[in-house]
Ligand binder design. Structure first.
Ligand code: ASP
Length: 599
């Protein structure tokens, strides 16, 4: 070993010991006779002093040291002079008085400082990710991620799960995205697809009698570029046989509680995790990813709003739309600038507009509301009586701001749920130490896709319809709910799972609703259907995003912060410059000709 002690270890109690450390020159201060460096390794910083009296040659060499050079230093741990201690640093009471210095490697001047307070664009950070990862914050995130996966391994092993690796070169196993494909050299014109998740493989493992499977699995999805998406992500993938929905939920709930408790000191988490049906979640929060850390629940006010003289409301209702809204507490005094910003925000979520009604806090109560207490751009179309009724329906109090959106149900829900989160941010209603988990369940099995003009699976094609809804499968697919559940935390989807179909006929009927032909079914899913004919046990499981979990635990907004080598938002790796063209020889070997798109 080049070192016997880590930089972050020496303390007053080790004063007097001879040690050897190795690491990077973090900072150098030359005081002429004395040269100080802060030496850094992954454990922290140690102040090192070169004094010509103790080692003339090391002192001379130290004059040439620059940031990020790699050195090995031998010396004696001494107490710092009174007044020179640094209470910010765990090693701040001591320093290393050097007797020997070896330069192990030199470094160019790094493109940015190794510090947590840098302001560098993401592209530069990713191009020099190997330097970016030297920063203490990034080291901490890498360690947190390791700790989380370690706990998953430990916990699940204790519960009888075994880790099984499944292939990366396989055939399409769909999750609603495009496949990444890999050409086969040996079989001209044929391709492997990278798994969007190990879904079919873990189901096959259940047919194999594994009973309890998990995998820290890589999933590849060629999706359209969206903020905070990565072409590849990691899942805690698990599957269990002979279980019902509650059994899967119980395992995940116990694991996630343990992880939060152990990795976020001072966190609060309420158990059992509350449960909401999909319908209830949409009704109360306008989304299937509700943040339960704050109120501001949505109300439907279609009839009352349409009974006013406001044409906008009437027009929406006569075209079959809905009108919904919520009350933002204490925002009744918002000025023009604030309301303009909210309108802009609503429009950026797709709304045509946003109606607001402010109720002055001087009103004694909603019942005592008078014309003077009401402010709204639609005021002349709204009688005091209508405003009172709206306020009662939306639970608004004097001093509140009612925010109202009209349009198709889907649009209204999207806009209002985004706006609700935005208001919580503005009003600082969220506490990052609060982990508010919720199970959302009873999702519809299918969703109507207007573009494709057909039913698509709401989650994936393998989820089991609820027994009592099987009767609608062929006649009214939109009515079929499935044993499908999501885990949500603080408004973010943490994972998704379901009880699976394990019967060939039901699976074939579900494929039929989606419109797969018999050939397509046997081509794409033949292996699974065949397996189902050889004694498939009832089974179910989940896939839980690891990147998202670590980001939430660390209070990071972007998942790329917790991935060692992520891609940019345009799916590029600036460090390797991937993707990139391949040589003509490689193309020829693969029997591939590239036709560039016309620009
Ligand atoms: N395969 C699913 C997904 O990746 C998870 C599951 O249903 O287990 O979302």
């Amino acid at each position: 070993m080049y070192k016997d002690t880590n930089c972050g270890e020496p303390r007053e109690s080790t004063v007097g010991s001879q040690i050897t450390v190795a690491g990077w020159v973090h900072r150098r201060r030359d005081h002429g006779s004395l040269i100080f460096i802060d030496l850094r390794d992954r454990s922290g910083l140690l102040q090192v002093v070169f004094n010509p009296e103790y080692s003339g040659s090391a002192h001379e060499l130290a004059g040439s040291l620059r940031s990020e050079w790699v050195v090995q230093i031998t010396g004696k741990v001494v107490k710092r002079l009174p007044g020179a201690e640094n209470p910010e640093l765990p090693t701040g009471a001591v320093e290393l008085s050097v007797t020997g210095l070896v330069i192990l490697n030199r470094s160019l001047t790094p493109p940015f400082e190794i510090s947590d307070d840098i302001d560098v664009d993401d592209n530069t950070r990713l191009k020099y990710r190997f330097i970016d990862l030297r920063r203490p914050r990034m080291q901490k995130l890498l360690r947190l991620r390791h700790r989380v996966t370690h706990m998953m391994w430990d916990f699940l092993t204790g519960k009888g799960f075994i880790h099984v690796e499944t292939p990366i070169l396989i055939k399409s196993t769909p999750e609603g995205a495009r496949d990444y494909v890999v050409p086969s050299r040996i079989h001209p014109g044929e391709f492997y697809a990278l798994p969007q998740s190990p879904q079919q493989l873990k189901q096959l493992l259940m047919v194999s009698g594994v009973e309890r499977y998990f995998q820290i699995a890589r999933c590849f999805r060629d999706e359209d570029l969206r903020a905070d998406r990565q072409p590849e992500h990691t899942q805690l993938d698990l599957e269990m046989s002979f279980v019902h929905q509650d059994d899967v939920m119980a395992i995940v709930e116990e694991l996630y509680t343990l992880i939060v408790d152990e990795t976020v000191p001072g966190s609060t988490i309420s158990r059992p995790f509350p449960r909401l049906t999909y319908a209830e979640s949409m009704e109360r929060f306008g989304t299937d990813k509700p943040d339960l850390r704050f109120g501001m629940e949505l109300s439907t006010i279609t009839e009352t709003a349409a009974s006013s003289d406001a044409r906008v409301f009437q027009a929406v209702v006569s075209s079959g739309g809905t009108i919904r809204g919520f009350a933002a507490p204490g925002c009744g005094n918002y000025g023009r600038r604030d309301t303009d910003r909210l309108v802009e925000f609503a429009k950026s979520s797709g709304a045509q507009g946003l109606v607001f009604i402010a109720i002055d806090e001087s009103a004694a109560s909603i019942d005592a509301l008078e014309d003077d207490h009401i402010k709204s751009p639609l005021k002349k179309f709204l009688s005091v009586d209508v405003v009172k009724r709206l306020a009662n329906e939306m639970g608004a109090k004097p001093g509140d701001l009612m925010l109202i959106v009209a349009g198709t149900a889907r649009l209204v829900n999207t806009v209002l749920s985004n706006l609700r989160n935005e208001m919580a941010r503005r009003l600082e209603l969220v506490d990052n130490k609060d982990f508010s988990f919720v199970w959302v369940y009873d999702f519809p099995l299918f969703e109507w896709d207007d573009d494709l003009d057909k039913w698509e699976p709401a989650h994936h094609v393998f989820s089991s319809p609820k027994k009592e809804h099987m009767q609608y499968l062929d006649t009214d697919p939109g009515k079929v709910l499935a044993d499908l559940y999501d885990l949500v935390c603080n408004g973010e989807e943490m994972g998704s799972g379901s009880i699976r179909i394990h019967d060939k006929d039901i699976q074939t009927r579900v494929f039929g609703v989606i419109g797969y032909t018999e050939d397509e079914i046997s081509e794409r899913f033949g292996q699974l259907l065949t397996a189902f004919t050889y004694g498939a046990p009832p089974h179910g499981g989940m896939g839980l995003g690891l990147d998202r979990l670590v980001a939430v635990l660390a209070g990071e907004r972007a998942i790329r912060e917790v991935i060692a080598f992520p891609k940019t938002q345009s799916a590029i790796d600036p460090l390797f410059e991937a993707p990139s063209p391949i040589t003509d020889e490689q193309l020829e070997e693969l029997h591939i000709r590239v036709v560039m798109p016309k620009t």
